[in-house]
Write a protein that binds this ligand. Sequence first.
Ligand SMILES: Cc1cc2nc3c(=O)[nH]c(=O)nc-3n(C[C@H](O)[C@H](O)[C@H](O)COP(=O)(O)O)c2cc1C
Length: 188
Amino acid sequence: MLSPLPHVATDGEPAPVIAPARTFADSVRFRDAMARLASGVAIVACLDRGQPRGLLVSSLTSLSLEPPRMLFCVRKAAGSHDALRQAHRCSLSILSDQDAEEAERFSAPGRATERFAADDGRLGAGSPPVYARALVGLTGLISGGADAGSHSVFFLDIETVEARDATPLVYFDRAFRTLDPAHSPGRP
Ligand SMILES: Cc1cc2nc3c(=O)[nH]c(=O)nc-3n(C[C@H](O)[C@H](O)[C@H](O)COP(=O)(O)O)c2cc1C
């Protein structure tokens, strides 16, 4: 749990973890603005009673070097949310631009059963599973979290890192793209 921020008035009530603003930006304008934030994407995966589960996230951030710690956020309604809350460990597989299709599979509602179905070695046999073709594969201990309303924030203390030379898959303006201007896999 995060401690309340000093400037947040609580009126004698226990402080919410995230204090809502008094006035909100228009949600359509906010969404349009956030479409301009380019981000890398990663598959978050954990084991749920021995079965791999996961989803695509762009909310990952490198939080600190000492300890090596990342954070990511998952919507409470997501199929893997509760499994992640129960899990002690999970993996983050940052995708390369060769894997726009994998990104689609891990972000399409209703395709959860397809996500770990391929038996071709790409999905990795580790625990938790790391995507074998990941640009960067990380595993770690879920060391904490925070309630953020519709989403939970997870803190991940990194235990293993594998990186390879490739070009990242980037999500920008509602499409998967590459940094290589000659090739953009998800260009609308
Ligand atoms: C580029 C991109 C980034 C996403 N980032 C997140 C994220 O950070 N957190 C999250 O909960 N969902 C995120 N999503 C949405 C989930 O991937 C999507 O809702 C997925 O279907 C959830 O898994 P489920 O179908 O098993 O519920 C993102 C989707 C896309 C296309």
